[in-house]
Design a protein around this ligand. Structure first.
Ligand code: FAD
Length: 437
């Protein structure tokens, strides 16, 4: 491959550029924002919200950028494992999950670490411009047009333009089909604030609290929220709520709500000074574009990151999906010497496995909210019932919680939760707890 173009130079685009740098003579990243070395120039509005990197996301980060954890930690990020990473359901601390490691870092720091590594690759360069369309000829990508009307010749193009990607529109204009879109309306509100960090929580790096079966997934027993130790000796704290229970940008209201959260968030509300204001974000729906359902597709074209699927951020899947899709892209490109020229079915089928997993986890959980009205997957009632039992057992038992968290962190596929040995163990744990009660 002589040249590949990546449209969008944020997290997913950077991973795609890293993968392509192994197989293309040259990789050109088109990115309109002047993101800057510290990552603060990005206009992506979600960058100011707390971004948790799941255990699988961290593994893949190290896979593609070996040694990057040490660099990020030197820049102030924190690495947590064992008791440093605490998960709560309905106000109860869950049993420890073995081997779960999480990095505490702000999104700009994390992304700028990746950007620095990609910028150091000799065959990757970034051009500050918008992609405006595809040049298609003979059923294949031949290049990308820019906002300035120039054509960047390329045999392979990656859509990494985020949720608002216009690729479907461009394909339709050129006489191709637009990928079918699945949506789930969730009407989620998000709010993040920063606090000065001392030693009030010891070695804690991440604390994450959700409503569960005991509260019928409503914020009645405790407010859902999370915190992470990040660079600059700060706590980044996020609160989330659905529909009318959205958090607002008022600092006093934010603090009052933190005092109704689990103990680590309450402690930070009491002991630490809030620095700056509260940033809010409204996430109306989870969306995925399913290219595997198209009848035809131009050769040399794939989509990654939010341009492919963007799910409820409460579960922290986005960055990890982007990295898993990079693996899928690498596997597709390696599958034959000419795979890059052909329609990317192999890529989209692989990526769909990861996207299906994240979609299933997040939409099944979201359907527990009364205002979320579907679409319901086949067997939803059974999934919900089994999921509730596993969640309860994961509070009490380390082995069940390890299996549960491995799935939540996309280390294992959700089907791992249907293993008979795990279900039996969960049943025994719940029976024993019932006997004790
Ligand atoms: C409130 C909130 C909280 C979140 N929390 C988490 C979390 O805790 N953990 C997690 O893993 N994920 C989280 N996510 C998801 C995560 O932010 C996204 O999955 C991630 O940003 C996707 O990266 P991306 O590169 O695909 O898209 P984006 O980061 O949106 O980047 C798209 C890029 O494309 C560029 N672009 C747009 N149009 C063009 C064009 N025409 N030409 C060229 N470039 C273009 C943009 O400038 C931008 O740089 C959260 C999301 C939200 C909304």
């Amino acid at each position: 491959m002589k040249r590949a173009v990546v449209m969008g130079g944020s997290y997913a685009g950077l991973f795609a550029a890293r993968v392509l740098s192994d197989v293309a003579d040259e990789v050109v990243v088109l990115e309109p924002d002047d993101i800057g070395a510290d990552g603060t120039g990005s206009r992506a509005p979600q960058r100011r919200q707390l971004h948790a990197l799941l255990a699988q996301g961290h593994r893949q980060l190290e896979r593609w950028f070996p040694g990057i954890t040490a660099e990020l930690v030197a820049d102030g990020a924190r690495m947590g494992e064992g008791g440093d990473v605490r998960f709560y359901v309905d106000g109860r601390l869950k049993a420890p999950a073995d081997g779960l490691r999480m990095l505490g870092a702000g999104r700009p720091l994390l992304e700028s670490g990746v950007r620095r590594r990609v910028a150091a690759l000799p065959n990757v360069r970034t051009v500050r411009t918008h992609a405006r369309g595809l040049v298609l000829d003979g059923g294949r990508v031949r290049g990308v047009t820019t906002a300035e009307g120039e054509v960047v010749d390329a045999g392979f193009a990656v859509d990494a333009m985020g949720r608002s990607s216009r690729l479907g529109h461009w394909l339709e204009e050129a006489g191709w089909e637009r990928a079918p879109v699945a949506r789930m309306r969730i009407d989620l509100g998000y709010a993040t604030a920063s606090f000065r960090r001392g030693d009030e929580l010891g070695t804690t790096v991440v604390a994450h609290s959700m409503a569960g079966p005991k509260s019928a997934y409503q914020p009645t027993l405790t407010e859902p929220g999370a915190l992470a130790a990040v660079e600059g000796d700060r706590w980044s704290v996020v609160l989330a709520g659905y529909a009318d229970h959205r958090p607002v940008a008022d600092p006093a209201a934010f603090l009052a709500r933190m005092r109704r959260c689990v103990e680590p968030l309450r402690t930070v509300a009491e002991a630490c000074e809030m620095t700056g204001g509260v940033d809010t974000f409204r996430f109306t729906e989870s969306v995925r574009r399913d290219y595997t359902r198209l009848g035809r597709l131009p050769g040399g074209l794939v989509a990654v990151g939010d341009a492919l699927a963007s799910v409820n951020p409460v579960y922290g899947h986005g960055l990890t999906l982007a990295a898993l899709e990079a693996n899928c892209l690498a596997a597709h490109l390696r599958s034959s010497g000419t795979a890059w020229r052909e329609p990317g079915w192999g890529y989209f089928r692989r990526a769909a496995v990861a996207v299906d997993a994240a979609w299933q986890l997040s939409t099944t959980a979201d359907l527990a909210q009364p205002h979320v009205t579907g679409p319901y997957p086949l067997g939803y009632r059974l999934l919900r019932w089994a999921g509730d039992r596993l969640t309860e057992a994961s509070v009490l038992d380390s082995a069940v919680n390890t299996a549960y968290m491995n799935v939540a962190h996309l280390v294992e596929h959700p089907r791992a939760l249907t293993r008979p040995a795990l279900l039996l163990r969960a049943a025994r744990v719940l029976l024993a707890a019932g006997d004790r009660a």
